[in-house]
Design a protein around this ligand. Structure first.
Ligand SMILES: [Zn+2]
Length: 225
């Protein structure tokens, strides 16, 4: 079974949505990612973020996703910054303006400027896309998929931005595997993200860890009777 749709959560709701406009579509020069937005200035940033994500996959020896279309969207229901639709090869992301409008609800990312957070969300969602073919022995492997996507996203951030997400003084140490779980993800996503970084950065080579997760060898989810 493959992973279910995964979203980068914020626990709040938008009011209103901008009127629709004709979206422009561009195939990025990487040849794998197609981007869509009704604001043409988004397209370069979207391709740039997807270039970085694919380069990181190359550097780590990870499987790349099947061709994916990424669209700037109001995300209905608007509970996410970004959303990967598994099995459909599509990703929706909020625009930088919408992210800014929800600044107070971006949790652990609240200190990252909206334009950089926009690109970072794309990298996160492409992490989910790269996990789409990973076997899951349970009903879902949401914690495992988020572990991969958050690690991927944190690797893409500058050290300066990453330090706002996981301050050195607050980086958890000696994180056990059972401290990465779906309950924590939904109840305390900030703690989940910091636990992910505390876990992945203390186990030797991060790429090796990511390959183990993508190959289905490392699984954080459990069977729930
Ligand atoms: Zn996610």
């Amino acid at each position: 079974m493959t992973m279910r749709a995964s979203c980068l959560l914020v626990f709040a709701f938008l009011t209103g949505a901008p009127a629709g406009a004709v979206a422009e579509t561009r195939l990025c020069t990487n040849g794998l990612i197609t981007v869509q937005s009704d604001t043409p200035t988004h397209l370069g940033a979207m391709c740039s973020a997807s270039d970085r994500a694919l380069s990181l996959m190359d550097e780590c020896g990870l499987r790349k996703p099947a061709p994916v279309t990424i669209s700037v969207s109001d995300l209905d229901p608007p509970t996410c910054l970004g959303l990967f639709h598994c099995g459909e090869a599509t990703i929706e992301v909020l625009s930088p303006d919408m992210i800014e409008a929800r600044r107070s609800e971006t949790g652990v990312y609240s200190d990252i400027p909206a334009d950089r957070l926009f690109e970072s969300v794309i990298v996160h969602e492409l992490g989910h896309a790269a996990m789409d073919q990973t076997p899951c022995p349970y009903g879902n492997c949401v914690a495992t998929s988020e572990y991969f996507a958050y690690t991927f996203q944190l690797l893409d951030l500058s050290e300066e931005d990453r330090a706002t997400v996981v301050p050195q003084a607050e980086q958890p140490v000696d994180v056990k595997r059972d401290q990465i779980n779906s309950m924590l993800l939904f109840m305390a996503p900030d703690v989940f993200v910091r636990n992910v970084w505390g876990h992945v950065s203390s186990r030797g080579d991060i790429c090796t860890q990511l390959r183990g997760v993508q190959d289905g060898i490392i699984v954080f989810d459990r069977f729930h009777p």
